[in-house]
Design a protein around this ligand. Structure first.
Ligand SMILES: [Zn+2]
Length: 164
């Protein structure tokens, strides 16, 4: 093996050593070459110095920065989970109000009919009253959901600007 090939091999091994490591045999050969070859030893030292510098730079990044970023991400995750739970609760309340409305509708219809005849009201009036009784809670629940959605979206937008 001529010298040029040996230097090339040494440098290839050094590069590979930093990325994935090298076999024991290769390391032995490399150590022997570095002990004998000033050029490659200098190259190795320069590589190590560069790596040391990179490490010290990455340590120099304020440790609080990473922590606060992690906290922000975690906080936002909790916020999103909370919002999802709130939406779920609202949807459940809405569904419940619909179910309760449907289930009790025949009973209430009869009640309104009885009230209508007892108060001698025109059919139109107590029937409209019934529709309102049935419709208003569901409409109110829907409205609450829409308002809550809009508000939580605004909250998220605000935290977006906090994030930056
Ligand atoms: Zn060499």
């Amino acid at each position: 093996m001529n010298d040029g090939n040996a230097h090339e091999r040494a440098q290839r091994l050094m590069d590979r050593d930093r990325v994935e490591g090298i076999a024991l045999e290769e390391r032995r050969w490399l150590d022997a070459h570095l002990a004998a070859c000033e050029t490659c030893a200098a190259w190795a030292e320069a590589g190590e110095a560069a790596l040391r510098m990179l490490r010290s730079v990455s340590v120099a990044v304020p440790p609080g920065l990473a922590t606060s970023a992690t906290l922000l991400v975690r906080e936002r995750g909790a916020q999103l989970r909370k919002q999802r739970a709130q939406n779920l609760a609202l949807a459940a309340a809405c569904a419940l109000s619909w179910v309760a409305g449907v289930a009790s509708a025949p009973l209430v219809w009869r009640l309104f009919a009885w009230l209508g005849s007892a108060l001698d009201l025109p059919g139109m009036v107590w029937q409209l009253a019934f529709v309102f009784w049935w419709f208003v809670p569901a409409a109110a629940a829907t409205l609450v959901i829409i308002v809550a959605r809009t508000r939580s979206r605004t909250d998220l937008n605000m935290s977006d600007s906090d994030f930056v």
